[in-house]
Design a protein around this ligand. Structure first.
Ligand code: PEP
Ligand code: MN
Length: 334
């Protein structure tokens, strides 16, 4: 971190700033010019709040040289993180397809979809039991019963299950869940992230509607700092000025995040676009861009889905798409 001081800084204030840095085990390298003095801070500055330094009377500007995220940074962990859960592998050389309905609606529905997507190459089943809906009057999910149905679908197919948690109070119901999803709206629910950091269970962290790359990595950092290193990131579209699609899929996120972090990166083309006919082209683009996996909403009867029917693809479309995706993945591996 580099701190540029204002001309003629108050000596007392400068001394107390240096003492404070030293109490944080940060060494200071002072470089004095004719008009400007620059302090180079040497040591672990991840815990230093840049805003509180900038607010000091003696400080002109502050610049971070090192990323504020350490656990998730590729600099400190060059190899890809590979997460294994009940035989499914996420990260590394693999392309992982996670598929299933937006919401679990009944035992029959989720079991039928699970069997079909497993036969088509999906290795993880998704399904919402607790649903974050924009309207309080919309279907809110089957809650505990939905989780029971997911477990039933796992018993039948062997697929590990991922489902979204919306609040810490729901955690006791997630004991049997293989991967806990944190939705876009909760990406910065720091208390929830901290709690998930104490678990020994992978967390699928979705990018917030207007979150920067650094913000999602800092959210991952909350989980990892607690000891849970199994975090999977998911680009699911961000808010832009475009209204034609539900969100705008940020394809750039894939190569950029791959460079910044060792954590697996997924793309959710369903929430990114809100339109079933855009799921295939964007999934192909994501695989071509080096994504580690896709999270796709698949329904056995999209027209009658209780949530997100318009963006859900049917079983046949998923079967066809998965073949193409594995073929593209094979080409880009070569
Ligand atoms: C979901 O995956 O069901 C979901 C609600 O996603 P997001 O948090 O990305 O909106
Ligand atoms: Mn959905």
């Amino acid at each position: 971190m580099i701190v540029v001081l204002k001309p003629n800084p108050d000596k007392k204030q400068l001394e107390s700033f240096k003492q404070w840095l030293s109490s944080k085990n940060i060494k200071v390298h002072k470089s004095e010019g004719i008009n400007t003095t620059i302090l180079g801070l040497i040591g672990d500055t991840t815990q230093i709040d840049i805003d509180s330094i900038e607010a000091l009377d003696i400080v002109e500007t502050v610049k971070r040289i090192q990323e504020p995220y350490k656990n998730s940074s590729r600099k400190f962990h060059p190899e890809d993180t590979v997460i294994s859960v009940r035989g499914a592998t996420i990260g590394g050389e693999n392309l992982t397809l996670i598929a299933g309905p937006c919401s679990v609606e009944s035992k029959e529905q989720v079991c039928e979809i699970a069997k079909a997507v497993a036969a088509s190459g999906a290795t993880v089943l998704r399904g919402g039991a607790f649903k974050p809906r924009t309207s309080p009057y919309a279907f809110q999910g089957l809650k505990a019963q939905g989780i029971d149905y997911l477990i039933k679908a796992r018993e039948i197919t062997g697929l590990p299950i991922v489902t979204e948690i919306m609040d810490i109070s729901q955690l006791p119901l997630f004991e049997e869940i293989d991967i806990i999803q944190v939705g876009a709206r909760n990406m910065q629910n720091f208390e929830l992230l901290k709690k998930l950091g104490t678990l020994k269970k992978p967390v699928l962290l979705k990018r917030g509607l207007s979150a920067t790359y650094e913000e999602i990595l800092m959210s991952a950092e909350y989980i990892m700092a607690g000891g849970n290193k199994e975090v999977i990131l998911c680009e699911r579209g961000i808010r832009t000025f475009e209204t034609h699609t539900r969100n705008t899929m940020d394809i750039t996120a894939i190569p950029v995040l791959k460079k910044l972090t060792h954590l697996p990166i997924l793309v959710d083309p369903s929430h990114a676009t809100g339109k079933a006919d855009l799921v295939a082209p964007l999934s192909k683009a994501a695989v071509a861009s080096g994504v580690d996996g896709l999270l796709i909403e698949v329904h056995n009867d999209p027209e009658h889905a209780l949530s997100d029917g318009p963006q859900s693809i049917n079983l046949e479309s998923f079967d066809k798409l998965s073949k193409t995706l594995f073929a593209i993945h094979k080409v880009i591996q070569e």
